[in-house]
Design a protein around this ligand. Structure first.
Ligand SMILES: [Mg+2]
Length: 174
């Protein structure tokens, strides 16, 4: 799936701005995903938000094993994948590891006062499930904590555990 042109242009523009300018310029009502995000998660696929540093990439910018495979499977299952980061929208990571077909959008991640910051940061969809190496964001939303990738990297199986946990979350209690 290619990025919608409006989205790509918008975030190319935002990427070139300072954080304050970017926050001020984002127009919530332009984003068509907002309405569908009002549905219950069970009535649609989940909006799944992945952190970037130490979650899908290592500290020295290597891709965690299984990212492509698990992102592909999550999309096949009907979920929508977003990246967010305290460092800003990480399109350079999307580009470097050729993740465009999987990633619907990239955002700034709120680091404190998470719920209140969502609108300020121009995030038009609500995260149904978040994956992060920091527990604070998991506590603020719903999701799964992952430890940072361990060496040897090729033995790291965390992305498949993420997939299994999301499957468990979707099927609900019992
Ligand atoms: Mg991180």
């Amino acid at each position: 799936m290619a990025l919608a042109p409006w989205l790509f242009a918008d975030y190319r523009r935002v990427n070139a701005m300072s954080r304050t300018e970017a926050e001020a310029s984002l127009d919530w009502d332009e984003h068509p995903t907002r309405e569908s995000s009002m549905l219950e998660p069970s009535a649609r696929g989940l909006n799944i938000f992945f952190d970037v540093d130490n979650t899908i990439i290592t500290w020295d910018v290597k891709l965690r094993p299984g990212v492509h495979e698990v992102f592909q499977q999550l999309r096949t299952d009907g979920h929508t994948i977003y990246l967010w980061s305290g460092m800003g929208p990480r399109w350079e990571v999307v580009k470097r590891f050729e993740l465009h077909e999987h990633i619907t959008d990239c955002f700034w991640k709120p680091l404190t006062d998470h719920h209140a910051r969502m609108e300020q940061l121009g995030i038009p969809v609500w995260p149904d499930y978040v994956i992060d190496d920091h527990v604070e964001i998991i506590q603020a939303f719903t999701g799964l904590h992952v430890p940072e990738p361990k060496l040897p990297l090729e033995r790291d199986r965390e992305m498949w555990r993420v997939y299994d946990e999301i499957q468990r979350f979707v099927s609900g209690p019992g």
